[in-house]
Design a protein around this ligand. Structure first.
Ligand SMILES: Cc1cc2nc3c(=O)[nH]c(=O)nc-3n(C[C@H](O)[C@H](O)[C@H](O)COP(=O)(O)OP(=O)(O)OC[C@H]3O[C@@H](n4cnc5c(N)ncnc54)[C@H](O)[C@@H]3O)c2cc1C
Length: 434
């Protein structure tokens, strides 16, 4: 199989009977089991099989393999340390950029790989397996680079896009305000025109990477308060402009990327930094969220998958009442249930990106990824933590994963809002007004 990565090649057993025999002999607890190395090779081969599906061609699987190696070698070692220190590793960001892992869907003119949105998906998934917070770099870059490249003036956005792809700049997106996030079209941040500048006054809150971002896509009101979605303008705002101040919250999870408020006091932003048309920020620019919702699904399911892999290995080794605890259906069946659902949810996310890459409608699918993925991932990691007994409750990988994935049940829109989007797509906006 020329071109395939080693993990994939290892999975190509001559026929299924031989493959099963190989698994039987090497599985932990079986006669002939020779310890961790054999189990690891079994897992690697299994993962190779798992990654092959109709959405991912050889190039994408090879990209995912590369991203997995980088994530294991470079991202995973600092997972807990970054949570403790609450800082994103800028040097690591640059390494990701140098590897081509940031916004690979962008055209080569901006430093991207021109590989499509599925490429962004497989990378997000692999980086998130090692550290969900770190994969925010990929998520924010892909979401915002799409907005910038479609709606920005080339002379303004190109230097930023080049830096984002290289991992030399971090971009945030600011929609939520203290008065609420779900009713996003009702936002109030004041944006007034003054010659060739806009003047911004107000607060954005609960913004990921608020105090670490170099530049932010900000949505504000240029129309009357009653203009709703039709009076919102999007602007690209460098965070070093006079009048911008920022705060940092003490978050439950995702602590390396963090969240906070951004305050604007008479901040002058050149009109050239507008994204899309005046008053059209919401209707034009918001469409980018269908992309991030599918990516978020893959991120959190990546975390769920790695938690399941570790837990399957653990329950096969850990003994109680003279048997591996996996022998008890109370232990293994919940894991089997969740394993099934993670497989299905992952395919849904890939399907959404596959539709996007073909320019086909995918808003309902993206909303499905966004409500199901984070809820499922939380339940999966919770079950995995319990399967580890008291050890799972210690500060460690599993409890950090649980804290990390919870954030995405809120960030980028709650399950209720996602289900409203699905309902509207199916029944029509008139039938589902709010
Ligand atoms: C980890 C994390 C990261 C985030 N990152 C960002 C970011 O980068 N940028 C950004 O702009 N925002 C960000 N947010 C904010 C996030 O988008 C909002 O928290 C979210 O949209 C919900 O808004 P809210 O918190 O104001 O809740 P509210 O809108 O006040 O809603 C409260 C509750 O009421 C429910 N509800 C509201 N309206 C309805 C309705 N019509 N039908 C049914 N239920 C309803 C909601 O589902 C929710 O459960 C982030 C939040 C978190 C937790």
């Amino acid at each position: 199989m020329p071109g395939l990565a080693p993990g994939i090649r290892a999975a190509q057993q001559p026929d299924s009977a031989q493959s099963l025999e190989w698994m039987r002999v090497d599985g932990p607890g079986e006669p002939g089991h020779d310890g961790r190395i054999a189990w690891d090779s079994h897992v690697a081969a299994y993962q190779g099989v798992r990654r092959m599906n109709p959405y991912l061609d050889e190039d994408l699987v090879a990209l995912a393999d590369q991203a997995r190696r980088f994530a294991v070698d470079r991202v995973a070692p600092g997972f807990q340390e970054r949570d403790r220190t609450r800082t994103l590793d800028r040097a690591l960001m640059k390494e990701m950029g140098a590897m081509g892992f940031i916004a690979p869907e962008l055209p080569e003119a901006y430093g991207g790989l021109g590989m499509g949105c599925l490429a962004a998906g497989v990378i997000c998934e692999e980086i998130a397996r090692a550290d969900l917070s770190m994969s925010y770099v990929n998520l924010l870059a892909s979401l915002n680079a799409q907005i910038l490249s479609h709606h920005g003036k080339p002379e303004v956005v190109e230097p930023w896009l080049t830096k984002l792809v290289a991992g030399e700049a971090l971009v945030a997106i600011a929609l939520t305000e203290p008065r609420g996030g779900s009713d996003a079209a009702n936002l109030r941040l004041k944006v007034e025109r003054d010659g060739d500048h806009y003047i911004l006054n107000g607060e954005k809150t609960s913004i990921s990477a608020a105090d670490q971002a170099d530049v932010t896509v900000v949505f504000g009101r240029t129309g009357t308060p009653e203009s709703g979605a039709h009076g919102v303008t999007a602007l690209l705002v460098p965070m070093d402009l006079p009048g911008v101040t920022r705060s940092r919250f003490d978050c439950h999870g995702q602590r390396a990327i963090g969240r906070g408020s951004i305050f604007f006091e008479n901040v002058r932003v050149p009109v050239s930094h507008r994204l899309g048309d005046e008053n059209k920020g919401f209707v034009q620019v918001m469409q980018g969220f269908d992309f991030s919702r599918a990516l978020i699904g893959l991120q959190v399911l990546g975390v769920a998958r790695v938690a399941l892999e570790e837990t399957w290995a653990y329950v096969a080794e850990r003994k109680a009442f003279g048997q591996p605890i996996s022998a008890f259906q109370g232990v293994s069946h919940p894991l089997a249930d969740y394993d099934t659902q993670v497989e299905a949810a992952r395919l849904l996310c890939l399907q959404a990106l596959w539709l996007k890459d073909r320019g086909l409608p995918h808003s309902a699918e993206a909303a499905m990824c966004k409500w199901w993925g984070p809820k499922l991932a939380y339940d999966v990691v919770h079950q995995c933590l319990l399967s580890h007994g008291h050890g799972g409750y210690d500060r460690g990988l599993m409890e950090q994963r649980l804290r990390d994935v919870l954030g995405f049940q809120l960030g980028d829109g709650t399950a209720q809002i996602m289900k409203t989007i699905i309902a509207r797509t199916r029944a029509g906006r008139a039938a589902v007004p709010a």
